[in-house]
Design a protein around this ligand. Sequence first.
Ligand SMILES: Cc1cc2nc3c(=O)[nH]c(=O)nc-3n(C[C@H](O)[C@H](O)[C@H](O)COP(=O)(O)OP(=O)(O)OC[C@H]3O[C@@H](n4cnc5c(N)ncnc54)[C@H](O)[C@@H]3O)c2cc1C
Length: 423
Amino acid sequence: MSASASSSTGRYSVFAIAREAMRLHSGWKRAWQSPEPKKKYQVVIVGAGGHGLATAYYLGKNYGITDVAIIEKGWLGGGNTGRNTTIIRSNYLQDPSAAIYDKALKLYENLSQDLNYNIMFSPRGLLMLAQTEHEVRGYKRTVYANQLQGVSTEYITPQRIKEMLPIINIDGPRYPVLGALYQERGGTARHDAVAWGYARACSAMGMHIIQNCEVTGIETANGQVRAVNTGKGRIECDKLALVVAGHSSVMAEMAGFRLPIESLALQALVSEPIKPCCDLVIMANTVHGYLSQSDKGEMVIGGGTDGFNNYTQRGSWQHVEETVRALIETFPMLSRLKMLRQWGGIVDMTGDRSPILSTTPVGNIFVNCGWGTGGFKAIPGSGWAMAELVAKGQPGPLAADFGLNRFIEGRFIDESVAAGVAH
Ligand SMILES: Cc1cc2nc3c(=O)[nH]c(=O)nc-3n(C[C@H](O)[C@H](O)[C@H](O)COP(=O)(O)OP(=O)(O)OC[C@H]3O[C@@H](n4cnc5c(N)ncnc54)[C@H](O)[C@@H]3O)c2cc1C
Protein backbone atom coordinates (compact mmCIF):
# COMPACT_ATOMS: atom_id res chain seq x y z
CA MET A 1 0.00 0.00 0.00
CA SER A 2 1.41 3.36 -0.77
CA ALA A 3 -0.87 5.54 1.25
CA SER A 4 1.78 8.20 1.52
CA ALA A 5 1.93 10.80 -1.19
CA SER A 6 4.29 10.03 -4.03
CA SER A 7 6.01 13.33 -4.67
CA SER A 8 9.56 13.93 -3.46
CA THR A 9 8.69 15.38 -0.07
CA GLY A 10 5.51 13.37 0.37
CA ARG A 11 7.43 10.18 0.99
CA TYR A 12 9.73 10.20 4.01
CA SER A 13 13.19 8.76 3.37
CA VAL A 14 16.84 9.51 3.95
CA PHE A 15 16.97 11.02 0.44
CA ALA A 16 14.04 13.34 1.23
CA ILE A 17 15.83 14.53 4.39
CA ALA A 18 19.03 15.18 2.45
CA ARG A 19 17.17 17.01 -0.33
CA GLU A 20 15.24 19.15 2.13
CA ALA A 21 18.42 19.97 4.07
CA MET A 22 19.79 21.40 0.80
CA ARG A 23 16.75 23.61 0.27
CA LEU A 24 16.32 24.77 3.87
CA HIS A 25 13.36 22.49 4.50
CA SER A 26 11.09 24.54 2.28
CA GLY A 27 9.55 21.62 0.42
CA TRP A 28 7.93 19.49 3.10
CA LYS A 29 4.23 18.93 2.59
CA ARG A 30 1.68 19.13 5.36
CA ALA A 31 1.34 15.67 6.90
CA TRP A 32 -2.45 15.82 6.53
CA GLN A 33 -5.00 18.24 5.07
CA SER A 34 -7.72 20.04 7.05
CA PRO A 35 -10.61 20.29 4.56
CA GLU A 36 -14.09 21.70 5.06
CA PRO A 37 -16.61 18.88 5.35
CA LYS A 38 -18.62 17.72 2.32
CA LYS A 39 -22.41 17.32 2.56
CA LYS A 40 -22.20 13.54 2.39
CA TYR A 41 -19.74 10.65 2.84
CA GLN A 42 -20.03 6.94 2.38
CA VAL A 43 -18.61 6.40 5.88
CA VAL A 44 -18.40 8.84 8.78
CA ILE A 45 -16.19 7.86 11.71
CA VAL A 46 -16.64 9.84 14.93
CA GLY A 47 -13.40 10.11 16.91
CA ALA A 48 -9.91 10.71 15.52
CA GLY A 49 -8.12 8.68 18.16
CA GLY A 50 -5.98 5.73 17.21
CA HIS A 51 -8.93 3.37 16.80
CA GLY A 52 -10.96 5.75 14.59
CA LEU A 53 -7.96 6.58 12.40
CA ALA A 54 -6.89 2.93 12.11
CA THR A 55 -10.46 1.99 11.14
CA ALA A 56 -10.34 4.58 8.37
CA TYR A 57 -6.90 3.46 7.21
CA TYR A 58 -7.83 -0.22 6.86
CA LEU A 59 -11.16 0.71 5.22
CA GLY A 60 -9.07 2.32 2.50
CA LYS A 61 -6.24 -0.16 2.43
CA ASN A 62 -8.21 -3.42 2.72
CA TYR A 63 -11.55 -2.51 1.13
CA GLY A 64 -10.83 0.44 -1.18
CA ILE A 65 -13.36 2.62 0.67
CA THR A 66 -11.93 6.14 0.76
CA ASP A 67 -15.04 8.36 0.78
CA VAL A 68 -14.56 8.66 4.52
CA ALA A 69 -14.70 11.51 7.03
CA ILE A 70 -13.14 11.22 10.47
CA ILE A 71 -14.77 13.80 12.71
CA GLU A 72 -13.00 14.92 15.88
CA LYS A 73 -14.24 17.37 18.48
CA GLY A 74 -10.74 18.37 19.57
CA TRP A 75 -7.45 17.66 17.85
CA LEU A 76 -6.52 14.30 16.41
CA GLY A 77 -4.92 11.99 18.96
CA GLY A 78 -5.87 14.40 21.77
CA GLY A 79 -8.00 11.85 23.63
CA ASN A 80 -6.69 8.74 25.33
CA THR A 81 -4.46 7.97 22.36
CA GLY A 82 -2.22 10.93 23.21
CA ARG A 83 -2.50 10.40 26.99
CA ASN A 84 -1.61 6.77 27.48
CA THR A 85 1.55 5.11 28.73
CA THR A 86 1.99 3.18 25.46
CA ILE A 87 2.32 -0.37 26.78
CA ILE A 88 2.01 -2.93 23.98
CA ARG A 89 1.57 -6.65 24.64
CA SER A 90 -0.67 -9.55 23.65
CA ASN A 91 -0.48 -11.88 26.68
CA TYR A 92 -4.24 -12.10 27.29
CA LEU A 93 -6.02 -15.16 28.64
CA GLN A 94 -9.04 -15.79 26.44
CA ASP A 95 -8.72 -16.95 22.82
CA PRO A 96 -10.65 -14.07 21.17
CA SER A 97 -8.52 -11.54 23.08
CA ALA A 98 -5.22 -13.23 22.25
CA ALA A 99 -6.26 -13.27 18.59
CA ILE A 100 -7.07 -9.55 18.28
CA TYR A 101 -4.24 -8.29 20.52
CA ASP A 102 -1.66 -10.49 18.78
CA LYS A 103 -2.93 -9.36 15.37
CA ALA A 104 -2.35 -5.81 16.64
CA LEU A 105 1.15 -6.63 17.86
CA LYS A 106 2.05 -8.22 14.53
CA LEU A 107 0.79 -5.14 12.68
CA TYR A 108 2.73 -2.88 15.09
CA GLU A 109 5.93 -4.78 14.25
CA ASN A 110 5.81 -3.43 10.66
CA LEU A 111 3.67 -0.35 11.12
CA SER A 112 6.47 2.18 10.61
CA GLN A 113 7.24 0.65 7.21
CA ASP A 114 3.56 0.25 6.30
CA LEU A 115 2.74 3.89 7.12
CA ASN A 116 6.14 5.28 6.03
CA TYR A 117 6.14 7.00 9.42
CA ASN A 118 8.37 6.21 12.37
CA ILE A 119 6.08 5.19 15.23
CA MET A 120 9.15 4.41 17.37
CA PHE A 121 8.01 0.87 18.08
CA SER A 122 10.28 -0.51 20.79
CA PRO A 123 9.78 -4.23 21.55
CA ARG A 124 11.96 -4.10 24.63
CA GLY A 125 10.15 -6.86 26.56
CA LEU A 126 7.45 -6.71 29.21
CA LEU A 127 7.22 -8.16 32.71
CA MET A 128 4.03 -8.63 34.71
CA LEU A 129 5.29 -9.19 38.25
CA ALA A 130 3.72 -11.92 40.38
CA GLN A 131 3.75 -10.66 43.98
CA THR A 132 1.15 -12.99 45.52
CA GLU A 133 0.52 -16.74 45.22
CA HIS A 134 -2.73 -15.89 43.49
CA GLU A 135 -0.86 -13.98 40.79
CA VAL A 136 1.67 -16.82 40.38
CA ARG A 137 -1.22 -19.19 39.61
CA GLY A 138 -2.95 -16.65 37.36
CA TYR A 139 0.14 -15.88 35.27
CA LYS A 140 1.19 -19.53 34.91
CA ARG A 141 -2.30 -20.22 33.64
CA THR A 142 -1.94 -17.36 31.15
CA VAL A 143 1.40 -18.76 29.92
CA TYR A 144 -0.21 -22.16 29.28
CA ALA A 145 -3.14 -20.51 27.49
CA ASN A 146 -0.74 -18.39 25.42
CA GLN A 147 1.18 -21.51 24.38
CA LEU A 148 -2.05 -23.02 23.04
CA GLN A 149 -2.84 -19.75 21.26
CA GLY A 150 0.59 -19.53 19.60
CA VAL A 151 1.49 -16.38 21.56
CA SER A 152 5.01 -16.69 22.97
CA THR A 153 5.23 -15.85 26.68
CA GLU A 154 7.07 -17.49 29.57
CA TYR A 155 7.00 -17.57 33.36
CA ILE A 156 10.37 -16.51 34.78
CA THR A 157 12.05 -16.68 38.22
CA PRO A 158 12.90 -13.77 40.57
CA GLN A 159 16.63 -14.36 39.96
CA ARG A 160 16.20 -13.93 36.21
CA ILE A 161 14.10 -10.80 36.81
CA LYS A 162 16.88 -9.31 38.97
CA GLU A 163 19.46 -10.05 36.26
CA MET A 164 17.31 -8.34 33.64
CA LEU A 165 16.37 -5.41 35.88
CA PRO A 166 18.98 -4.49 38.50
CA ILE A 167 16.91 -1.57 39.91
CA ILE A 168 14.22 -3.95 41.23
CA ASN A 169 13.99 -5.01 44.88
CA ILE A 170 12.79 -8.61 44.79
CA ASP A 171 12.79 -9.02 48.59
CA GLY A 172 10.06 -6.52 49.44
CA PRO A 173 8.82 -7.05 52.99
CA ARG A 174 5.14 -6.92 52.04
CA TYR A 175 5.18 -8.10 48.43
CA PRO A 176 8.35 -10.00 47.44
CA VAL A 177 8.67 -10.69 43.73
CA LEU A 178 7.79 -14.37 43.24
CA GLY A 179 8.19 -14.50 39.46
CA ALA A 180 6.83 -12.80 36.36
CA LEU A 181 4.91 -13.34 33.17
CA TYR A 182 7.40 -12.27 30.49
CA GLN A 183 6.56 -11.36 26.91
CA GLU A 184 9.75 -10.67 24.99
CA ARG A 185 7.85 -9.14 22.03
CA GLY A 186 6.01 -6.63 24.24
CA GLY A 187 7.13 -3.02 24.54
CA THR A 188 6.08 0.51 23.66
CA ALA A 189 5.58 2.86 20.70
CA ARG A 190 5.23 6.63 20.47
CA HIS A 191 1.50 7.30 20.93
CA ASP A 192 1.29 10.59 18.99
CA ALA A 193 3.22 9.08 16.12
CA VAL A 194 0.72 6.24 15.82
CA ALA A 195 -2.12 8.78 15.45
CA TRP A 196 -0.09 11.04 13.15
CA GLY A 197 1.10 8.15 10.97
CA TYR A 198 -2.41 6.83 10.42
CA ALA A 199 -3.75 10.37 9.88
CA ARG A 200 -1.13 11.11 7.24
CA ALA A 201 -1.87 7.87 5.41
CA CYS A 202 -5.65 8.47 5.54
CA SER A 203 -5.26 12.01 4.25
CA ALA A 204 -3.04 10.76 1.41
CA MET A 205 -5.86 8.40 0.38
CA GLY A 206 -8.19 11.43 0.09
CA MET A 207 -10.07 10.91 3.35
CA HIS A 208 -11.20 14.01 5.27
CA ILE A 209 -9.99 14.51 8.83
CA ILE A 210 -12.20 17.21 10.31
CA GLN A 211 -10.90 18.52 13.62
CA ASN A 212 -12.51 20.96 16.09
CA CYS A 213 -15.90 19.62 15.02
CA GLU A 214 -18.08 18.07 17.72
CA VAL A 215 -20.84 15.65 16.78
CA THR A 216 -23.89 16.88 18.68
CA GLY A 217 -26.66 14.68 17.28
CA ILE A 218 -27.36 11.60 15.18
CA GLU A 219 -30.26 11.50 12.71
CA THR A 220 -31.98 8.24 11.96
CA ALA A 221 -35.00 7.29 9.82
CA ASN A 222 -36.76 3.92 9.62
CA GLY A 223 -34.19 2.41 11.95
CA GLN A 224 -31.25 3.44 9.72
CA VAL A 225 -28.63 6.15 10.14
CA ARG A 226 -29.09 9.24 7.96
CA ALA A 227 -26.71 11.95 9.15
CA VAL A 228 -24.77 13.48 11.99
CA ASN A 229 -25.23 17.01 13.24
CA THR A 230 -21.95 18.72 13.98
CA GLY A 231 -20.46 22.07 14.92
CA LYS A 232 -19.76 22.46 11.18
CA GLY A 233 -23.27 21.54 10.03
CA ARG A 234 -25.24 18.43 9.04
CA ILE A 235 -23.25 15.67 7.36
CA GLU A 236 -25.03 12.73 5.70
CA CYS A 237 -23.57 9.25 5.61
CA ASP A 238 -24.41 5.71 4.50
CA LYS A 239 -22.56 4.20 7.44
CA LEU A 240 -21.53 5.60 10.81
CA ALA A 241 -18.80 4.26 13.10
CA LEU A 242 -18.72 5.51 16.70
CA VAL A 243 -15.14 5.27 18.00
CA VAL A 244 -15.06 7.71 20.91
CA ALA A 245 -13.75 5.67 23.91
CA GLY A 246 -14.94 7.29 27.17
CA HIS A 247 -17.72 9.21 25.41
CA SER A 248 -19.30 6.13 23.81
CA SER A 249 -22.41 6.09 26.02
CA VAL A 250 -23.01 9.79 25.32
CA MET A 251 -22.83 9.07 21.60
CA ALA A 252 -25.04 5.95 21.84
CA GLU A 253 -27.68 7.98 23.64
CA MET A 254 -27.74 10.38 20.68
CA ALA A 255 -28.57 7.40 18.44
CA GLY A 256 -31.21 6.10 20.87
CA PHE A 257 -29.58 3.03 22.40
CA ARG A 258 -27.62 2.25 25.55
CA LEU A 259 -24.18 0.69 26.03
CA PRO A 260 -22.86 -1.34 29.00
CA ILE A 261 -20.01 1.15 29.49
CA GLU A 262 -18.82 3.08 32.53
CA SER A 263 -16.58 6.12 32.01
CA LEU A 264 -13.73 6.65 34.45
CA ALA A 265 -10.64 8.82 34.63
CA LEU A 266 -7.31 6.98 34.39
CA GLN A 267 -4.16 8.84 35.36
CA ALA A 268 -0.44 8.74 34.63
CA LEU A 269 2.69 10.76 35.45
CA VAL A 270 6.32 11.14 34.42
CA SER A 271 9.45 11.84 36.45
CA GLU A 272 12.36 14.08 35.63
CA PRO A 273 14.68 12.48 33.02
CA ILE A 274 17.47 10.25 34.32
CA LYS A 275 20.16 8.06 32.75
CA PRO A 276 19.00 4.79 31.17
CA CYS A 277 18.28 2.30 33.96
CA CYS A 278 15.27 0.31 32.83
CA ASP A 279 14.99 -1.24 29.38
CA LEU A 280 11.82 -3.23 30.07
CA VAL A 281 8.17 -2.40 30.66
CA ILE A 282 7.12 -3.51 34.15
CA MET A 283 3.61 -3.95 35.50
CA ALA A 284 3.07 -4.59 39.20
CA ASN A 285 -0.58 -5.42 39.50
CA THR A 286 -0.77 -6.27 43.20
CA VAL A 287 0.61 -2.94 44.36
CA HIS A 288 -1.12 -1.30 41.40
CA GLY A 289 1.44 0.53 39.36
CA TYR A 290 3.53 0.13 36.24
CA LEU A 291 6.50 1.86 34.68
CA SER A 292 8.85 2.13 31.74
CA GLN A 293 11.57 4.59 30.76
CA SER A 294 10.96 6.94 27.86
CA ASP A 295 13.60 7.69 25.23
CA LYS A 296 14.09 11.07 26.94
CA GLY A 297 14.89 9.27 30.20
CA GLU A 298 11.69 10.04 32.12
CA MET A 299 10.16 7.24 34.15
CA VAL A 300 6.64 6.87 32.74
CA ILE A 301 4.38 5.75 35.58
CA GLY A 302 0.72 4.77 35.65
CA GLY A 303 -1.73 3.55 38.22
CA GLY A 304 -5.39 2.63 38.48
CA THR A 305 -8.64 4.31 37.58
CA ASP A 306 -10.60 6.68 39.79
CA GLY A 307 -12.98 4.89 42.11
CA PHE A 308 -16.04 6.70 40.73
CA ASN A 309 -17.48 7.47 37.30
CA ASN A 310 -16.50 10.84 35.88
CA TYR A 311 -15.47 12.80 32.79
CA THR A 312 -12.65 14.87 34.29
CA GLN A 313 -9.72 14.66 31.90
CA ARG A 314 -7.02 15.53 34.42
CA GLY A 315 -4.76 14.18 37.15
CA SER A 316 -5.05 14.45 40.93
CA TRP A 317 -2.48 14.64 43.76
CA GLN A 318 -3.99 11.67 45.52
CA HIS A 319 -3.22 9.36 42.58
CA VAL A 320 0.37 10.55 42.26
CA GLU A 321 0.94 9.80 45.92
CA GLU A 322 -0.86 6.44 45.90
CA THR A 323 0.85 5.17 42.76
CA VAL A 324 4.37 6.23 43.66
CA ARG A 325 3.97 4.94 47.21
CA ALA A 326 2.82 1.59 45.82
CA LEU A 327 5.85 1.25 43.53
CA ILE A 328 8.57 2.42 45.93
CA GLU A 329 8.82 -0.86 47.85
CA THR A 330 9.64 -2.70 44.62
CA PHE A 331 11.61 0.19 43.04
CA PRO A 332 13.22 2.11 45.96
CA MET A 333 15.16 4.40 43.57
CA LEU A 334 11.87 6.11 42.63
CA SER A 335 11.77 7.77 46.05
CA ARG A 336 14.60 10.08 44.99
CA LEU A 337 12.98 11.28 41.76
CA LYS A 338 11.05 14.48 41.20
CA MET A 339 7.76 14.00 39.37
CA LEU A 340 7.31 16.42 36.47
CA ARG A 341 3.83 16.05 34.99
CA GLN A 342 0.57 14.21 35.57
CA TRP A 343 -2.55 13.91 33.45
CA GLY A 344 -5.72 11.87 32.95
CA GLY A 345 -7.93 10.45 30.21
CA ILE A 346 -11.48 9.10 30.14
CA VAL A 347 -11.55 5.37 29.64
CA ASP A 348 -14.53 3.20 28.68
CA MET A 349 -14.90 0.16 30.93
CA THR A 350 -17.02 -2.93 30.27
CA GLY A 351 -17.91 -5.41 33.02
CA ASP A 352 -15.78 -8.19 31.53
CA ARG A 353 -12.87 -5.83 30.69
CA SER A 354 -13.11 -6.76 26.99
CA PRO A 355 -13.91 -4.43 24.11
CA ILE A 356 -17.06 -4.04 22.05
CA LEU A 357 -16.87 -4.16 18.23
CA SER A 358 -20.43 -4.46 17.13
CA THR A 359 -23.44 -3.70 15.02
CA THR A 360 -26.05 -1.76 17.02
CA PRO A 361 -29.85 -1.59 17.24
CA VAL A 362 -29.70 1.15 14.56
CA GLY A 363 -29.01 0.01 11.00
CA ASN A 364 -25.55 0.93 9.67
CA ILE A 365 -24.33 2.33 12.97
CA PHE A 366 -21.33 0.42 14.29
CA VAL A 367 -19.58 0.83 17.60
CA ASN A 368 -15.99 0.27 18.69
CA CYS A 369 -15.36 0.91 22.40
CA GLY A 370 -14.75 -0.72 25.77
CA TRP A 371 -10.98 -0.91 25.35
CA GLY A 372 -10.83 0.61 28.82
CA THR A 373 -7.38 1.04 30.27
CA GLY A 374 -5.62 -1.04 27.60
CA GLY A 375 -6.61 -0.10 24.08
CA PHE A 376 -3.44 1.57 22.78
CA LYS A 377 -1.84 -1.82 22.20
CA ALA A 378 -4.89 -2.90 20.21
CA ILE A 379 -5.10 0.00 17.77
CA PRO A 380 -3.95 -1.72 14.54
CA GLY A 381 -5.86 -4.96 15.23
CA SER A 382 -8.97 -3.09 16.28
CA GLY A 383 -8.85 -0.88 13.18
CA TRP A 384 -8.36 -3.95 10.99
CA ALA A 385 -11.38 -5.74 12.53
CA MET A 386 -13.56 -2.63 12.66
CA ALA A 387 -12.89 -1.85 8.99
CA GLU A 388 -14.14 -5.34 8.11
CA LEU A 389 -17.24 -4.85 10.26
CA VAL A 390 -18.06 -1.50 8.63
CA ALA A 391 -17.25 -2.60 5.09
CA LYS A 392 -19.19 -5.89 5.20
CA GLY A 393 -21.88 -4.88 7.71
CA GLN A 394 -21.06 -7.89 9.86
CA PRO A 395 -18.07 -8.89 11.97
CA GLY A 396 -15.25 -11.03 10.64
CA PRO A 397 -13.42 -13.65 12.73
CA LEU A 398 -11.44 -11.13 14.81
CA ALA A 399 -14.51 -9.17 15.96
CA ALA A 400 -17.11 -11.96 16.03
CA ASP A 401 -16.93 -12.61 19.80
CA PHE A 402 -16.90 -8.95 20.80
CA GLY A 403 -20.49 -8.09 19.82
CA LEU A 404 -23.02 -6.43 22.11
CA ASN A 405 -25.05 -9.65 22.10
CA ARG A 406 -22.57 -11.19 24.57
CA PHE A 407 -24.05 -9.03 27.33
CA ILE A 408 -27.54 -10.35 26.57
CA GLU A 409 -26.40 -13.95 26.23
CA GLY A 410 -24.13 -13.82 29.30
CA ARG A 411 -21.16 -14.92 27.17
CA PHE A 412 -18.52 -12.74 28.79
CA ILE A 413 -14.86 -12.65 27.77
CA ASP A 414 -13.38 -12.24 31.23
CA GLU A 415 -10.04 -10.43 31.07
CA SER A 416 -9.98 -9.07 34.61
CA VAL A 417 -6.60 -10.74 35.30
CA ALA A 418 -4.98 -9.57 32.07
CA ALA A 419 -6.33 -6.06 32.63
CA GLY A 420 -5.44 -6.35 36.35
CA VAL A 421 -3.69 -3.06 36.87
CA ALA A 422 -4.44 -0.38 34.44
CA HIS A 423 -3.36 -2.34 31.36
C1 LIG B 1 -3.49 7.53 31.53
C2 LIG B 1 -3.76 6.43 30.54
C3 LIG B 1 -2.83 5.43 30.37
C4 LIG B 1 -3.07 4.41 29.45
N1 LIG B 1 -2.07 3.49 29.23
C5 LIG B 1 -2.24 2.53 28.28
C6 LIG B 1 -1.17 1.63 27.99
O1 LIG B 1 -0.08 1.72 28.55
N2 LIG B 1 -1.39 0.68 27.04
C7 LIG B 1 -2.58 0.55 26.41
O2 LIG B 1 -2.72 -0.37 25.58
N3 LIG B 1 -3.61 1.41 26.64
C8 LIG B 1 -3.46 2.40 27.57
N4 LIG B 1 -4.48 3.29 27.83
C9 LIG B 1 -5.76 3.12 27.13
C10 LIG B 1 -5.71 3.70 25.72
O3 LIG B 1 -5.19 5.01 25.77
C11 LIG B 1 -7.10 3.72 25.09
O4 LIG B 1 -7.72 2.45 25.21
C12 LIG B 1 -7.02 4.06 23.62
O5 LIG B 1 -6.17 5.16 23.39
C13 LIG B 1 -8.39 4.40 23.11
O6 LIG B 1 -8.26 4.93 21.82
P1 LIG B 1 -9.51 5.49 21.08
O7 LIG B 1 -9.09 5.88 19.72
O8 LIG B 1 -10.63 4.52 21.22
O9 LIG B 1 -9.94 6.73 21.98
P2 LIG B 1 -9.42 8.22 22.04
O10 LIG B 1 -7.99 8.34 21.72
O11 LIG B 1 -9.88 8.77 23.36
O12 LIG B 1 -10.21 8.90 20.85
C14 LIG B 1 -11.59 9.16 20.90
C15 LIG B 1 -11.79 10.54 20.30
O13 LIG B 1 -13.18 10.78 20.19
C16 LIG B 1 -13.35 12.17 20.31
N5 LIG B 1 -14.75 12.47 20.60
C17 LIG B 1 -15.45 12.19 21.73
N6 LIG B 1 -16.71 12.66 21.64
C18 LIG B 1 -16.81 13.24 20.42
C19 LIG B 1 -17.85 13.93 19.73
N7 LIG B 1 -19.07 14.11 20.29
N8 LIG B 1 -17.62 14.41 18.49
C20 LIG B 1 -16.40 14.24 17.90
N9 LIG B 1 -15.37 13.62 18.51
C21 LIG B 1 -15.57 13.12 19.75
C22 LIG B 1 -12.40 12.54 21.44
O14 LIG B 1 -12.09 13.92 21.43
C23 LIG B 1 -11.22 11.64 21.17
O15 LIG B 1 -10.17 12.29 20.46
C24 LIG B 1 -4.28 4.34 28.73
C25 LIG B 1 -5.25 5.35 28.90
C26 LIG B 1 -4.98 6.40 29.78
C27 LIG B 1 -6.00 7.48 29.95
